[in-house]
Design a protein around this ligand. Structure first.
Ligand SMILES: NC(=O)C[C@H](N)C(=O)O
Length: 356
């Protein structure tokens, strides 16, 4: 494949790839800017322009911080000389920011998120290798038209349904249902499967929308107290981290019914590792939740279901429209690779042309 000329924009946000042990506190904290991270990655084959956006562990990010990353991605892509964008980010919530970037991305050029499991001052940091892979991928023609991607430990992952699956293992991310989108060797050889369907991008929500969306866990004996407390705190959306196929209990279903009647959007996700959420069981199970007005999240787990819900509600879309789009975005049939059939621009299955 031909190589392209230009530069990659490197947006640094913090995370373990930028972290060192703080002498005073003895705790690991984000300390390095983008130039230091880039220098640690060593020789590289592409020009890089560094933008220091923030220096935070990703467990500290707010929804507005995540939007700021997306706005900076768009600004970097404003220049036709930008081949692609790399975002260095903490791994804890990378699946959320990268998913938001994917939802909003309306450009063929790649946006590649990466980070590290081992801090920059550890004896064998993994950040430099991950960053080299991300820079190569972001500059590559092969990665175009795929939205945002995560590259980590040689694996390339598309965003929907990708999650952090390991706390310390160097292969930190996985897509339990759809698998990786491809791989990249330390020498920069890229292997990618067929490109997935890409629904039309969402409009960028305004910062400061202040929409509250909470996640409530379901477990044996859970009552509706936390759900009701979330509503009292002003939640306009609630994601249930339900059991199994997406089940709760009668008390939670009653609370869901009342909340939906008041215009709150409730999404049922699950605490289970893989597989879709489906309304099958009654008596407080997923079927009862659906009857009460909750929408199943499909393949999206609570962090990404919450991100999607917060984005849609921040756009001030009516609840019926929010529900329709959540259902569509989590649909297992729409998240796999595009069929190798008619991909003309007017085809409804062509990337970027599906209904938002
Ligand atoms: N590996 C990491 O990056 C974890 C870190 N705590 C963060 O998310 O910022």
């Amino acid at each position: 494949m031909e190589s392209l000329t230009g530069h990659v924009a490197l947006l640094a946000t913090g995370g373990t790839i930028a972290s060192r042990v703080d002498g005073a506190e003895g705790a690991t904290v984000a300390a390095d800017g983008g130039s230091t991270i880039l220098a640690a990655a060593g020789t590289r084959t592409v020009a890089v322009e560094v933008v220091d956006l923030m220096q935070k562990g990703s467990y500290l990010l707010t929804f507005d911080d995540m939007l700021a990353v997306c706005v900076a991605i768009r600004a970097a892509l404003h220049s036709p000389a930008t081949l692609g964008v790399v975002v260095t980010h903490g791994t804890d919530t990378m699946e959320e920011t990268a998913y938001l970037a994917d939802l909003l991305h309306d450009d063929p050029r790649p946006v590649v998120f990466t980070g590290a499991q081992r801090a920059a001052d550890s004896p064998e940091p993994d950040g430099p290798g991950n960053l080299r892979a991300a820079l190569t991928l972001a500059a590559s023609p092969e990665a175009r038209g795929r939205g945002a991607l995560i590259v980590f430990d040689g694996e390339i992952l598309a965003l929907p349904a990708t999650r952090k699956t390991e706390t310390t293992n160097l292969r930190a991310f996985g897509n339990p249902e759809l698998g990786p989108a491809g791989s990249i060797t330390p020498e920069g050889e890229i292997l990618l499967g067929p490109a997935p369907l890409r629904p039309a991008p969402l409009d960028t929500p305004p910062t400061g929308a202040g929409v509250r969306v909470d996640v409530i866990a379901c477990y044996p004996g859970a009552d509706a107290a936390l759900f009701v407390a979330a509503l009292a705190a002003g939640a306009r959306g609630i994601v249930l981290e339900a059991t199994g196929l997406g089940n709760a209990n009668a008390a939670l279903c009653d609370a869901v019914r009342d909340a939906v009647r008041d215009g709150v959007v409730v999404v049922t996700s699950t605490r289970v590792h893989a597989g879709p959420v489906r309304g099958v069981y009654g008596a407080g199970g997923g079927r009862t939740l659906e009857d009460a007005g909750a929408v199943p999240s499909g393949l999206l787990r609570p962090p990404q279901a919450r991100t999607l819900l917060q984005a849609l509600l921040s756009l001030r879309l009516p609840p019926e429209e929010v529900v329709r789009r959540v259902r569509q975005r989590g649909d297992p049939d729409l998240l796999g690779p595009a069929p190798p059939t008619d991909r003309s621009p007017d085809s409804p299955s062509a990337p970027g042309k599906a209904d938002p």
